[in-house]
Structure formats: structure tokens, C-alpha cells
Design a protein around this ligand. Structure first.
Ligand SMILES: Nc1ncnc2c1ncn2[C@@H]1O[C@H](COP(=O)(O)OP(=O)(O)OP(=O)(O)O)[C@@H](O)[C@H]1O
Ligand SMILES: [Mg+2]
Length: 375
């Protein structure tokens, strides 16, 4: 395989060589699948949920079939069916033994199957009445359910089903899924509060239907070693101290670590100097500045003040305490509560619990936090 020019990936998964750690999480998911349990990945944004799913597919036994779908862009069940069918046809080539029966089955459902002119990848499109869509999804699941090997279906951005116009979609899907023996699911989504509602509220159909795996940050020591190693593989050098500083600056948040390492690696000839990574960090913030200004223009003044205050603090346990309100001139606690809600819904801040179960708030975008700190 051709060696990738930059070993710090910032969007796709390209194999274990470019993937750091997640050993325990990978084992857990594979063991869940083995025992027939579905998994729900819970985590804040950009921590590596999608990457982990792809890694599990890469590491699981080769006789298991993995089908990955991202349903973010789907708006209804018909589109879900299209994305799902396309993913299945892509995951299972027509030439294989299973592929032959699968493709025959699919063709009997009469989709329009197109092949991408460049990649040759198949794309399945159905244009059906409401009931037929639901029936077809059921048929597809039943067909997969009849196979004598494990099939893992990963549905990414799962919270999107909440936007479908069809009624009772959660309970409908839950019922279909529950009947399958050899098919196991991995659910993941970037809107954590919606994912939590779907899977942890007793009133909801998916409650206790899967094992929840909370994905945290990658262990720092492992990340440092990974970074050092990636440099080494390309005859470049980074000291453990600098690797550590980069991780600290990025709060060990996967996407940011990857991006800063990617840029830093690019401009390092041989041995990384401290000013090199600092300059790249500065440039990244500079690139984002227009985005920050447009966020400012989108928010009300109290919302903007609160966002900046949280960014300044890094983490805030008591956003309505008098101390916090007066330190940043935020007005009344009622105003702050309102602003918190809006900022959360815009995904500018998130709510998390520390190891003692104490709730805190942080800004989502690490670059924004660092930018505010520098002001
Ligand atoms: N263990 C890892 N080692 C190295 N890079 C990783 C790892 N996990 C994820 N990444 C990289 O970090 C970036 C963010 O990861 P990913 O897209 O998987 O996050 P996510 O949690 O799915 O984000 P979102 O919430 O936005 O969907 C990607 O560029 C991915 O390649
Ligand atoms: Mg993702």
C-alpha cells in the first residue's frame, strides 16, 4: 500500500497504523458483538467515535460483515433505506457467494441501481410509498438476519431519526432490530444530548436495548508515544516534551491533536522545534478568526459574554454562582440559564460530568477557547 504523506489523519480512517490506542474500547465492542449485544457510543464531538467504529470493523474477525451508514443527510425513512441499501451493496461485492444471493434478493426489491462513473461503486435508490418503504427495510433486515455469520450494522449520527416525519419511528425500528439474532448494531451520534435521550430515558423504546460505551479522551502517555512514533516512521523527530505540550494545548481532544500534529509534521524538516508547533497553533487560530466573528454576530450579547467567560475558565462547574456572574459581568442567573440553553442547542458548549459525577460546562471548540484566552 502506498505510504500516506502525512501520518496524522484529520478526516478518514486508513488503518490501524494511523490509529492511536482505543484498545480497550475496541475489545469491548467486539466482545459485545460476540455476545449479541448492541453498543451505543456516547461522547462529545470530535473525540473519535466514527474512527473507533471503522477501527472495530478493521479489527474484528474477517468472517463478520460490517455495514457502516452515516444517516446525517437523510430526512426520511425512504432516504434511510437508500443509504442503508447502498452501504450493504458496497460492503458485499456481487462476486462473493453471499454477494450473489444478496444482490439477487436486492434486485427483487426493484431499486434503481446506478454505478458511480469514477469509482464503480453501486448506489441503490428506491422511490416508494410509505408502507412499502417500511416493508422493504423489514425485508432487508430479515434477509440479513437469516445469514449464518455475524453482521454488524453501525448507524452513525443515529439521532437523525428524530427528524424523520414518520411517526413512532423509534419503537418501530426497535421492534425490527430486536428480532434479529446474528445482526448486532453499533449506534453513534454527535448530538450527545439527543443520543442520551434516545438510549437512557426509561420512557423511550431504545432504553436498555444496547450497552452504553462512554468514549473518553485518549490516554496521554499513549498519545505521546504514538506521536513520537509517527514522526520516527518518516525519519523525523519530536521530543516527548513537545508531544506532551501539543497534547496539553489541545486538551487531549483527538481531532485537535490530530490537526495540530498534521500541520506541525508538514513543516518539520527533521527535528521539531518548539517555535514550530507554536506557530502552527497560532496560524490555526488565525484561520478560524472569521468563524469566531461570525459566531459573535449570530449571538446575543449575553450569550457571547457567557461563551467567552466559559472559554476563559476552561471548565465551569457553577455558571450561576455569584462569583462567576460578577467576575465576568454576566447579569442575573436567569439570563445565564437562558443563554446556557441556547449555547447548548447551537452546540457551542457542552455539559459533561467529572469523575465525581459533578456537572460542568466547557466550550466545544478548543480553538475558540485558545483564541479567547489570547485576547
Ligand atoms: N484513535 C485515534 N487515533 C488517531 N486519530 C484518530 C483517532 N480517533 C479519531 N481520530 C481522528 O480524529 C478525528 C475526529 O475523529 P472522528 O471523526 O472519529 O470523531 P467523532 O467523535 O466521530 O466526531 P463527530 O462528533 O464530529 O462525529 C478524525 O480525523 C479521525 O481520523
Ligand atoms: Mg462522527
Amino acid at each position: 500500500m502506498k505510504k500516506i504523506e502525512n501520518p496524522f489523519l484529520t478526516n478518514t480512517y486508513q488503518g490501524s497504523e494511523y490509529f492511536c490506542n482505543r484498545v480497550d474500547e475496541t475489545k469491548r465492542i467486539i466482545s459485545n458483538i460476540k455476545s449479541g449485544n448492541s453498543t451505543t457510543l456516547m461522547a462529545i464531538r470530535r473525540i473519535g467515535k466514527t474512527g473507533l467504529i471503522k477501527h472495530v470493523f478493521n479489527e474484528m474477525p474477517s468472517n463478520w460483515k460490517g455495514i457502516y451508514i452515516d444517516i446525517l443527510e437523510t430526512e426520511n425513512l425512504n432516504q434511510f433505506l437508500n443509504v442503508f441499501s447502498t452501504a450493504i451493496l458496497n460492503a458485499i461485492p456481487e462476486k462473493s457467494t453471499f454477494g450473489q444471493s444478496l444482490w439477487k434478493f436486492f434486485k427483487s426489491l426493484r431499486p434503481v441501481i446506478k454505478f458511480d462513473a469514477l469509482t464503480g461503486e453501486p448506489q441503490a435508490m428506491f422511490d416508494l410509498e410509505k408502507d412499502d418503504v417500511a416493508n422493504n427495510i423489514t425485508y432487508v433486515l430479515q434477509f440479513l438476519g437469516k445469514q449464518d455469520f455475524k453482521i454488524v450494522i453501525a448507524i452513525d449520527e443515529f439521532q437523525q431519526i428524530l427528524n424523520y416525519p414518520e411517526k413512532n419511528i423509534e419503537s418501530w425500528l426497535r421492534t425490527r432490530i430486536q428480532q434479529l439474532k446474528n445482526v448486532v448494531f453499533v449506534f453513534s451520534g454527535s448530538q450527545q444530548h439527543l443520543m442520551e435521550q434516545i438510549f437512557t430515558l426509561p420512557s423511550r423504546p431504545f432504553f436498555r436495548s444496547s450497552l452504553i460505551l462512554k468514549l473518553g479522551k485518549i490516554n496521554k502517555e499513549d498519545y505521546i508515544k504514538f506521536i513520537e512514533n509517527q514522526f520516527k516512521k518518516y525519519n523525523k523527530e519530536i521530543s516527548l516534551n513537545h508531544a506532551n505540550d501539543i497534547i496539553e494545548w489541545c486538551n487531549a481532544h483527538t481531532y485537535y491533536v490530530q490537526l495540530l500534529c498534521n500541520r506541525t509534521f508538514e513543516v518539520t524538516e527533521k527535528k521539531l522545534k518548539e517555535e514550530t508547533w507554536k506557530k502552527q497553533a497560532f496560524l490555526l487560530l488565525k484561520e478560524q478568526e472569521d468563524v469566531f466573528f461570525s459566531i459573535r454576530s449570530m449571538l446575543t450579547k449575553p450569550q457571547w459574554q457567557l461563551l467567552k467567560a466559559i472559554a476563559h475558565e476552561g471548565i465551569v462547574f457553577m455558571p450561576t454562582s455569584n462569583l462567576f456572574l460578577s467576575k465576568y459581568g454576566l447579569g442575573t442567573s436567569a439570563t445565564v440559564i437562558r443563554s446556557l440553553k441556547s449555547l447548548k442547542s447551537y452546540q457551542l458548549i457542552y455539559e459533561e460530568f467529572d469523575e465525581n459525577g459533578k456537572k460542568y460546562y466547557s466550550v466545544y471548540d478548543l480553538f475558540f477557547q485558545r483564541w479567547v484566552e489570547g485576547k
